[in-house]
Design a binder for this molecule. Structure first.
Ligand code: HEC
Ligand code: HEC
Ligand code: HEC
Ligand code: HEC
Length: 129
């Protein structure tokens, strides 16, 4: 009897961890960005409601942001959405990729400028709480 209870508890723990922990890392839950690779955060988290943003901005392809490069060229039909930006772009200047802060700012701001839509000033993206 006791053994069965223990097995049941373990079974429940596995179920709970599967259903609790997986969704917290899903893109649906991202509403702001504060990359832990920056050890001393100087600015408040950047506003970014992942799903809502991409719907409003009508971005179809994940690899517009989650890209893969090979030999200096973007690979059109591949994407890196399982990886963080900081896996490839490092806080300190480190060839061959641009540093992390520049990577974020270039990606986000350039598209907003090109489209004349979306925030481009510090305070719009990093609002004080
Ligand atoms: C289009 C949105 C956007 C704009 C505009 C923008 N940022 Fe950011 N910034 C981000 C994102 C996204 C990150 C990465 C997430 C994070 O904050 O950790 C970031 C990261 C940073 C970081 C490194 C993390 C930290 O807090 O130390 C600093 C510093 C920073 N931004 C300062 C600025 C300053 C200064 C300006 C204005 C000149 C600015 N940003 C404008 C989106 C933006
Ligand atoms: C406008 C840019 C943009 C687009 C388009 C985009 N994402 Fe993201 N996504 C991000 C950023 C920025 C992060 C945070 C990355 C980080 O923390 O290093 C993120 C995080 C994620 C994460 C979480 C990764 C983790 O481990 O925390 C997943 C999953 C994800 N995106 C999937 C997708 C999928 C699937 C699509 C296409 C349907 C997509 N994204 C399109 C910008 C984008
Ligand atoms: C698998 C590795 C990898 C991941 C993950 C990755 N990048 Fe890159 N990225 C590169 C390489 C390589 C280049 C080409 C060298 C360069 O220009 O820095 C590049 C280029 C860029 C560029 C310049 C070209 C362009 O598309 O405008 C920006 C901006 C950028 N990355 C931002 C980001 C952001 C923000 C994230 C997270 C959403 C990210 N990258 C995730 C490897 C990666
Ligand atoms: C490929 C183009 C593109 C990229 C890349 C992009 N954006 Fe945007 N963004 C847009 C467009 C277009 C809008 C305006 C959407 C609308 O309201 O019509 C927008 C709007 C926004 C807004 C206003 C609120 C909202 O959700 O509509 C915020 C905040 C924002 N972007 C943050 C970011 C951040 C942070 C990044 C980088 C991680 C980013 N964006 C990358 C195109 C882009």
């Amino acid at each position: 009897m006791r053994k069965r209870m223990i097995a049941l508890y373990i079974g429940m723990a596995v179920l709970v961890s599967v259903f609790w922990f997986v969704p917290t890392y899903a893109q649906e839950d991202i509403v702001s960005l504060q990359d832990s690779a920056f050890v001393d955060q100087q600015r408040p988290a950047a506003v970014f409601q992942h799903e809502e943003h991409n719907e409003k901005a009508e971005i179809e392809e994940c690899n517009v942001c989650h890209h893969i490069y090979e030999g200096g060229n973007k690979v059109e039909d591949d994407s890196s959405e399982g990886q963080g930006c900081s896996d490839c772009h490092h806080v300190k200047e480190d060839e061959p990729t641009r540093p992390l802060m520049k990577a974020y700012h270039d990606l986000c701001k350039e598209c907003h400028k090109d489209n004349d839509k979306g925030p481009v000033t510090c305070g719009e993206c990093h609002p004080k709480k």
